[in-house]
Design a protein. Structure first.
Lengths: 342, 341
């Protein structure tokens, strides 16, 4: 790091009001000043409500698809960005919404090109270390032989599909990281995040697990978008945050790293666990599959384990319990989203 | 299909990258019956390629980098094409920096051209309700596979997007996805031509490209050194054939999207070199010095679909194409060489 670091490092989180982003901001605040950037495209102000009063936290409502100049915001003056710069950037901004995927196609394209450029330009300007929140979809759909994806698997995506703005867009975003590394020497690290769950996951948006919990508590039908063969791995959000921070903290850039759970689980079983844990009378029903909610492949975690000393720690049961507790605690607040989501 | 705008006597056609190798030949063909707006910023192209068109009343040149947004209504020189009333009907989008020798210098430009540049051109297509044809590349199929040398449009595109070449390869792939998304969202009529190895006059002579290098060496009486195995074979398509394919593709029906354009006739590299030596009356010898070719040769195109849908196939015989290219090299290489490009 070339800039002198004052008492605390300054960290920028794009998409910081999102599901994963808000948990990351929370963890970072333990020893950093956090600039949280978001435009609430598919995220919620409520995710960062509790953080807004924190003296080391500053929220900027800004769309990263437009260039971002931190020095132009008077509210950031107290962080002395002009002198201290920005030491770390976590770039997580990208709309994700299985149910409203169609509405966000253009924004998704922009996030993976314009937004990516603007975030990387900041890393060039401040010589910041950079972690890009990529996705398991860069590998392509779940392989027929069900092998776990290693980071050196080339992967393949259809460039001409309704999902291409996301699937191919995320591949292109990784290429932007690699190109900025090659040309400008940016230390851009790539985290390929697999299916994640936990508190603050958007409700009634086709993400399933958070809806399972709400429906189980209400005693209403639990909807699976797909059939009984839909299996998935699920990683709890705090494990992802831990992985992202370990990747940022690693001594050197080790190339793309998988962050996910390698335990495959039928969704029906997940739903049944939730029904059991909540003592619910809900029934499971099957609905047509969603374009943006598909079976994803599984990660090979060898690299994350060996190079980062990271592995998922929260068991599915513990994670589900936390998700259930969160839903109960926020039931009144969350019920407002039901009408919003539908 | 009824035209959404009244058609005037001539179509207005925008060609981005129109001063490039293929782009300038395309402008030559289109300018006969259309108004051609040639847009280029000369990042890897040359004004010499379109100099002869600058006096043509059907031709207008605009110096602009598509990474910056543009509005054709802002250019008074386009008033004579009545762009404000007639809009533009077709866009051939060929702009993308390409340089074998100076690849490193253009990586960021490639990434930006294929994303932000693509967006800016598509925004012009949307506001004009114009059809758009994108010159994509054979490179997005990934390297040639021994068990599967011919690639068709529906084959999976397997390539590593994190290599030093990713800015070009993955850039082109993302470019296609941007097009598809615009088609999906705005119902733009988009065409994607995946162009394979093309040669001909105006190909840059000193940029490390295979054929120009072979011709230069033959003309200089130097050995033709080939970093390929002796039995290497390539597909070669002459530029006028590609231009013909692009124009036919643009005029195909709305349901036609992706087509391969290139030659599916493999020839031994040694025989191509032999022809060049013969046509130049050279004393050069051919030497094969195989190296590990990191990026590999692209596959060969399966052009069955273009043949069927467009009634197109490459017609120019290699000997004729090489002869014209050699003529071009003879008359231009002293000139370009002395300018140090």
């Amino acid at each position: 790091m070339e800039n002198p670091v004052f008492e605390k490092k300054i960290v920028l989180v794009t998409g910081g009001a999102g599901f994963i982003g808000s948990h990351l901001c929370e963890s970072l605040l333990k020893d950093s000043r956090v600039i949280c950037l978001d435009n609430f495209a598919t995220s919620q102000e409520s995710n960062i409500d509790t953080l807004l009063r924190h003296p080391d936290f500053e929220f900027i409502r800004h769309d990263i698809n437009s260039p971002f100049d931190p020095e132009a915001f008077p509210e950031l003056a107290r962080f002395k960005v002009k002198f201290q710069g920005i030491q770390e950037i976590y770039h997580l901004a990208c709309p994700t919404s299985p149910k409203r995927f169609e509405q966000h196609r253009m924004q998704t394209l922009y996030a993976n090109s314009l937004g990516m450029k603007h975030a990387l330009d900041l890393a060039v300007r401040y010589k910041s270390r950079f972690v890009h929140g990529s996705t398991s979809t860069v590998y392509g759909p779940r392989p027929t032989d069900n092998h776990a994806f290693r980071e050196d698997e080339i992967g393949s995506q259809d460039t001409l599909s309704p999902r291409a703005c996301y699937d191919e867009g995320k591949r292109f975003a990784e290429t932007c990281c690699a190109t900025y590394t090659q040309v400008h020497g940016v230390d851009a690290r790539i985290a390929r995040i697999f299916r994640t769950f936990g508190p603050r996951m958007p409700l009634f948006d086709g993400q399933m697990v958070p809806d399972f919990v709400t429906n189980a508590l209400d005693g209403t039908d639990i909807e699976i978008f797909g059939d009984a063969n839909f299996t998935t791995s699920l990683i709890f959000v705090t494990d992802v945050v831990d992985g992202l921070m370990k990747l940022m903290g690693a001594a050197e850039n080790i190339g793309p790293v998988n962050i996910g759970s390698d335990i495959d689980m039928p969704l029906v079983e997940v739903a049944n666990r939730i029904i059991e844990m909540t003592g619910s009378s809900s029934k499971i029903v099957f609905r047509d599959a969603l374009l943006f909610m598909t079976q994803l492949g599984l990660p090979d975690l060898t690299k994350a384990k060996e190079k980062l000393g990271w592995l998922p720690l929260v068991t599915l049961d513990d994670g589900l319990k936390k998700a259930i507790d969160y839903t109960i605690a926020n039931k009144t607040l969350l019920s407002g989203f039901r009408s919003f989501g539908q | 299909m009824p035209a959404s705008r009244p058609l005037f006597n001539k179509k207005n056609i925008l060609v981005t990258g129109g001063a490039g190798f293929i782009g300038s030949h395309l402008c030559d063909a289109l300018v006969k019956d259309n108004h051609v707006i040639c847009l280029d910023n000369f990042s890897t192209s040359s004004v010499a390629n379109v100099e002869h068109l600058l006096q043509n009343p059907n031709f207008e040149f605009i110096n602009h980098d598509i990474v910056q947004p543009f509005d054709l209504n802002d250019y008074p020189e386009l008033d004579r094409f009545k762009v404000k009333f007639q809009g533009i009907q077709e866009i051939y989008h060929l702009a993308c920096p390409i340089s074998k020798r100076h690849f490193e210098d253009f990586k960021i430009a490639m990434v930006l051209t294929n994303s932000i540049g693509m967006k800016n051109v598509l925004d012009v297509a949307v506001s004009n309700q114009a059809k758009i044809l994108f010159a994509s590349s054979s490179s997005l199929y990934g390297p040639r596979r021994a068990d599967h040398p011919y690639v068709s449009e529906s084959d999976p595109c397997v390539l590593d997007h994190l290599t030093p070449h990713g800015s070009y390869d993955e850039g082109k792939r993302f470019g296609e996805s941007v097009l598809y998304t615009y088609q999906d969202v705005y119902h733009v009529d988009v065409k994607i031509a995946r162009v394979f190895r093309t040669y001909g006059p105006r190909m840059k002579l000193f940029d490390g490209n295979l054929l120009p290098d072979m011709i230069n060496n033959a003309l200089d009486g130097k050995d033709i050194e080939l970093s390929f195995p002796e039995d290497a074979r390539i597909g070669l398509c002459y530029v006028s054939d590609i231009v013909d394919g692009l124009v036919r593709h643009m005029n195909s029906s709305i349901d036609v999207t992706v087509l391969n354009l290139g030659s599916d006739q493999e020839q031994y590299l040694s025989s191509v070199a032999g022809q060049i030596i013969k046509l130049t009356d050279s004393v050069s010898r051919v030497r094969f010095e195989p190296t590990t070719n990191v990026y590999g040769e692209a596959g060969l195109p399966d052009i069955g679909k273009a043949r069927q849908v467009l009634g197109w196939l490459p017609l120019v015989r290699t000997e004729d194409g090489l002869r014209r290219m050699i003529e071009y090299a003879r008359s231009h290489r002293q000139l370009t060489h002395s300018f140090g490009s």
